[in-house]
Design a protein around this ligand. Structure first.
Ligand SMILES: CC(C)(COP(=O)(O)OP(=O)(O)OC[C@H]1O[C@@H](n2cnc3c(N)ncnc32)[C@H](O)[C@@H]1OP(=O)(O)O)[C@@H](O)C(=O)NCCC(=O)NCCS
Length: 301
């Protein structure tokens, strides 16, 4: 399948995102095309992804210029690909176009929020793009009515993507080996949270491990559709595990897949900042250490 990316520069192009928004999130919350256009004309980025043979776009990305901890960065607010065109490379191509736009502006970080229970998004953000996370936000957007978010508190990971790095380059080219969950288990990386059947098991206490695993279910939307109480139990368990882990200085640097649809975040303990005023994610903070002995190589983002 071949596709092309077109930057949206007028209201007609921005309006073409609306049917995709409605399909992916439902019509309850849509970002109006007029706002997209205003953002696109003021340093932000809106691009449409087309698949050959279809006059309508199959996906889009939308983000704006922002400031975080006194530094300019690009905040990516929406990325969507219609269900029929997923797993085609189009989503990565949209992120690459967004990255090129930001590199041209001299921006080195693109950030966004993601639901920590969405395994597909975790795989996409961590394994395919090389992003990381070290901040957890409870019910960030409040109750959300759309079909992906309804029924659960809107907890989010704040995902950061260092776009001017060798790691980002290699991930985009598919040139980086990503370890498997079995690799991590062979190296006896300890589970902080692991599925027990389809339920979350007990959250283990944080110790002094350099690496830990936090499991999530393969398909939270399917769980929510059949048992919302179970989906909430996962929300709470992952929240109760990730919040203290981030507070203890871990960062989520990979999402590992294993046999039988298993998936888990790999968290790596970060060095303590030399300057105590340097909080994780703060302006002077180092990007997370992603090396991990034999498991992840020694590359840093
Ligand atoms: C997020 C989105 C744009 C990604 O596009 P996509 O075409 O699905 O992405 P890709 O197929 O390139 O990458 C997804 C990866 O997750 C994997 N994956 C899919 N389902 C998975 C699951 N249940 N568990 C683990 N990994 C999964 C895919 O196999 C793929 O990895 P691989 O290429 O290494 O095999 C698209 O899924 C989407 O529009 N989702 C709904 C809207 C949304 O959530 N937007 C993003 C907010 S952060």
């Amino acid at each position: 399948m071949t596709y092309r990316i077109e930057v949206a520069r007028d209201i007609g192009a921005c309006a073409l995102t609306v049917p995709i928004q409605e399909e992916v999130w439902s019509g309850d919350v849509t970002v109006p095309p007029q706002l997209l256009l205003a953002v696109a004309h003021n340093g932000g980025f809106v691009a449409l992804g087309y698949v050959d043979g279809d006059p309508l776009p199959a996906g889009f990305v939308f983000g704006f210029l922002g400031i975080y901890d006194y530094h300019f960065r690009h905040h990516s607010h929406m990325l969507a690909v219609r269900a029929a065109h997923r797993h085609t490379g189009l989503a990565v191509a949209l992120k690459e176009a967004q990255r090129d736009h930001c590199l041209d502006q001299g921006i080195d970080t693109i950030a966004w929020t993601m639901d920590p229970l969405e395994a597909r998004n975790a795989r996409f953000n961590f394994a395919k793009l090389g992003a990381f996370a070290r901040t957890y936000e409870r019910d960030f957007y409040g109750p959300m009515p759309d079909k992906l978010n309804a029924g659960l508190p809107s907890d989010r990971l704040y995902v950061e993507w260092r776009i001017a790095t060798d790691r980002a380059d290699k991930r985009l080219r598919g040139a980086d080996h990503v370890a498997s969950l079995e690799d991590a288990e062979r190296e006896e990386v300890r589970w902080l949270l692991r599925a027990d059947g389809d339920r979350p098991g007990a959250c283990e206490a944080i110790g002094d491990d350099s690496h830990v695993l936090v499991g999530i279910p393969a398909d939270i939307q399917a769980i929510k559709a059949r048992d919302v109480a179970l989906a909430r139990a996962w929300r709470e368990a992952v929240r109760e595990t990730l919040e203290p882990a981030f507070a203890a200085g871990y960062a989520a640097v990979e999402f590992l897949r294993g046999a039988g649809d298993r998936g888990a975040y790999l968290l790596v303990k970060q060095p303590l900042p030399v300057d105590p005023s340097e909080r994780p994610g703060g302006a002077g903070a180092e990007p997370p250490r992603q090396g991990a002995g034999g498991l992840m190589g020694t590359e840093s983002p």
